[in-house]
Ligand binder design. Structure first.
Ligand code: UDP
Ligand code: MG
Length: 319
C-alpha cells in the first residue's frame, strides 16, 4: 500500500453546537484535504435542540464526505462516538470535540503516529484551557482511575484521539452500557502510543456538562473499569466482622467470669451479640458485592478477546 492509501475518518459528537459548526468546518476541512488521502467526517448529532443538524446537512451538498448520524434524543458524548464508529468506513479514526477545544491542526500529528504503525493514539492536553475546578477534578479522577483500573493513561479526558478501525470495531462490538471510550480502547490496542496535543478554550457556547452530568461521567469511568470498590467492601466487611466477633466474644467471656453485674445486667451482653451480628452482616454485604461484581463483568458484553487473524497451513502470508 502506498503512504496515502489509508482512509481517515473524523468522528465528532455534537450537542447543541450550532454556533460552532461553521468555525469547526472552516478549520477542519482544509486540514483533512491537505492530508491528500481519502477522508470522511462523521458528525453525530446527540439530540440537539438547536440547528446543529440542519447546519451540518447544509454542508453536505458541497462536501459529500460529511456524514450525519442523528440521535432521537440526547444519549451522551460516548454513546454518540460509538454510533459514529459504527458508521466508519475508514482505516484510521480520529475523534474530536465540536467546540474547537481540540485544534483540528493536530490531526496530521495523529496521522503520523498511525503511519508509524500505532493502532491507538492516546493524548495528553498541554496547557489545558478549562476552569480550575475542572482541572483539579480531572487530576483527581485520572489518578484514581489509574490506580484502581490499572490503565496507565495520563489524560483520560482528552477526546482528540486516534483509533485504528479494528480498535473502533472492538468498541462497537462491546455493546457496553455507559462506557468511557478512551479507557475501553486500551483493552483492544496492540501498539498504543501517547502524545501531547494542544488545547484551546471553547470557541462558542457553554460546556454541555453540568456538574451532575460531569459527576455521572466520572462515575461511569470508575465503575466501568473496576470492581475494586466492591472488593474493598468485602475487605472492610471481613475486617469489621472479625473485630465484631472478637469484641463480642470478649464481652461474653468477661460476662461469664465477672458475672452479670459487670456486664451492666445484660446491657453489655446485648452489645456483644449485636457486634457479632453487625460484623456478620458486613461480611455478607461484601460477599454479595463479590457476586454482583461477577455478574456486572459478565453482563456488560465486553469483548473477551481480540483475534488478530487465523492462520492455516498453506496460507500465503501471515499478518
Ligand atoms: N457532547 C455530546 N453529548 C453530550 C455532551 C457533549 O455529544 O451530552 C459533545 C459536545 O457537543 C462536544 C463534546 O461532546 O462536541 C464535548 O463536550 P463539551 O465541550 O461540552 O465538554 P467539555 O469540553 O466541557 O468537557
Ligand atoms: Mg469542550
Amino acid at each position: 500500500m502506498t503512504d496515502v492509501a489509508q482512509k481517515l475518518a473524523v468522528v465528532i459528537p455534537m450537542f447543541n453546537e450550532e454556533r460552532n459548526v461553521a468555525g469547526l468546518f472552516a478549520r477542519l476541512l482544509p486540514v483533512c484535504t491537505a492530508l491528500g488521502r481519502p477522508f470522511e467526517i462523521i458528525c453525530v448529532d446527540d439530540g440537539s435542540k438547536d440547528h446543529t443538524a440542519e447546519l451540518v446537512r447544509g454542508l453536505q451538498n458541497k462536501h459529500p464526505e460529511i456524514v450525519l448520524v442523528r440521535f432521537a434524543r440526547n444519549f451522551g458524548q460516548h454513546a454518540a462516538i460509538t454510533a459514529g464508529f459504527a458508521q466508519v468506513s475508514a482505516d484510521w479514526v480520529i475523534t474530536l470535540d465540536a467546540d474547537l477545544q481540540n485544534p483540528p491542526e493536530e490531526i496530521p500529528n495523529l496521522v503520523c503516529e498511525f503511519a508509524r504503525g500505532h493502532d491507538l493514539i492516546n493524548t495528553v492536553r498541554v496547557g489545558r484551557q478549562d476552569t480550575f475546578f475542572r482541572k483539579r477534578a480531572s487530576r483527581f479522577t485520572n489518578a484514581l482511575v489509574r490506580r484502581i483500573s490499572g490503565i496507565r493513561l495520563n489524560d483520560f479526558g482528552c477526546m482528540l484521539r486516534g483509533y485504528s478501525s479494528e480498535v473502533a470495531k472492538g468498541i462497537v462490538r462491546s455493546r457496553e452500557y455507559r462506557t468511557f471510550i478512551p479507557a475501553l480502547a486500551t483493552l483492544f490496542a496492540r501498539n498504543p502510543v501517547e502524545i501531547n496535543v494542544a488545547h484551546a478554550a471553547r470557541a462558542e457556547g457553554e460546556s454541555k456538562y453540568s456538574l451532575l452530568k460531569l459527576f455521572s461521567l466520572q462515575l461511569d469511568l470508575i465503575t466501568s473499569f473496576s470492581v475494586h470498590p466492591l472488593r474493598a467492601l468485602f475487605l472492610v466487611g471481613t475486617g469489621l466482622a472479625a473485630l465484631g466477633l472478637l469484641l463480642g466474644a470478649l464481652i461474653l467471656i468477661l460476662r461469664i467470669i465477672y458475672g452479670s453485674h459487670w456486664a451492666g445486667d445484660g446491657t453489655l451482653t446485648v452489645l456483644g451479640i449485636l457486634m457479632i451480628f453487625t460484623g456478620l452482616q458486613f461480611f455478607a454485604f461484601g460477599l454479595l458485592g463479590e457476586y454482583i461484581g461477577r455478574i456486572f463483568q459478565q453482563v456488560r458484553e465486553r469483548e473477551h478477546y481480540v483475534v488478530q487473524g487465523v492462520d492455516r497451513a498453506g496460507d500465503p502470508g501471515q499478518t
